[in-house]
Design a binder for this molecule. Structure first.
Ligand SMILES: Nc1ncnc2c1ncn2[C@@H]1O[C@H](COP(=O)(O)OP(=O)(O)OP(=O)(O)O)[C@@H](O)[C@H]1O
Length: 241
């Protein structure tokens, strides 16, 4: 369970996140959707305690992330797959975190297999990984402690169509086991088939949330509604100006 209550973040005079509130229930996938610069990453960073909010609060499993004893066992986080240590092999990256979390080596092998990085890929240094491979490693890293909650920022970046399908299945299975998933994206096409609920953010504010059907106004399709909500859909007259 994730509860975000009136969360705001201000950088100097700029409001990056403006009184954002939503809930992610166990057994569901929530898509956090918005154009570039909308405030998605800042919100996710506040949820997992990396960025202090200016006001408001975020609770994960009922408590602030920073007050969890062993957060890796409850929350799996993937924020920036390209930020991994490039001098280590994929296996070393997972093995080091497994040690910190008190998890056995067998789980590392299980995850390498699950994300398609077993064999030679596991022995390769991360600097030689494609972005898709880094995302897979990041997903394995998030799953390491068998957490209930998954917090994933743009996890589909760099994945090919087969990879996106694979990830969709993985997240669906996680939710089916009672897990809570929050994943962000700037592309509606990536999350629309994965998520049960959507939270749409633009210019730091939530501009729409609910199930697919709730978001679609009569006669419109979801893409039209997303573009309208986020102010990316211009009339021909506006484009001409
Ligand atoms: N550390 C920071 N200092 C100043 N401004 C910041 C900082 N981090 C984010 N911002 C600003 O806050 C706003 C929201 O950024 P954020 O990265 O949260 O958006 P996003 O929705 O994740 O975008 P993208 O899809 O491009 O990653 C942007 O205008 C960004 O420039």
């Amino acid at each position: 369970m994730i509860e975000v209550n009136h969360l705001s973040k201000r950088y100097g005079g700029q409001v990056a996140v403006d009184t954002v509130s939503f809930r992610c229930e166990p057994g569901t996938i929530t898509g956090f959707l918005g154009p570039n610069g909308a405030g998605k990453s800042t919100t996710l960073r506040m949820i997992c305690g990396l960025t202090p909010p200016t006001s408001g609060e975020a609770l994960v499993c009922g408590v602030p992330y920073r007050s969890m004893g062993n957060p890796g066992r409850q929350v799996g986080v993937l924020l920036d797959a390209s930020a991994q240590h490039t001098g280590r092999t994929g296996r070393e990256v997972l093995a080091l975190s497994a040690q910190v979390l008190g998890i056995g080596a067998a789980r590392v092998e299980e995850l390498l297999d699950l994300v398609g990085l077993a064999g030679p890929a596991a022995r390769k240094r991360v600097r030689g990984y494609s972005l898709g491979m880094r995302q897979r490693l990041g997903i394995a890293h998030a799953l390491l402690g068998e957490p209930e909650v998954l917090l994933l920022d743009e996890p589909a970046n760099g994945l090919d169509p087969e990879g996106i399908r694979w990830m969709r299945r993985l997240l669906r299975e996680h939710a089916a086991r009672g897990g809570t998933v929050l994943l962000s994206s700037h592309l509606l096409s990536e999350v629309e088939r994965t998520a049960d609920r959507l939270v749409v953010i633009a210019r730091g504010r939530v501009v729409g949330q609910g199930g697919r059907d709730e978001l679609v106004a009569a006669g419109d399709d979801l893409e039209e509604e997303f573009l309208r909500l986020t102010g990316q859909r211009y009339t021909l007259e506006e484009v001409d100006q």
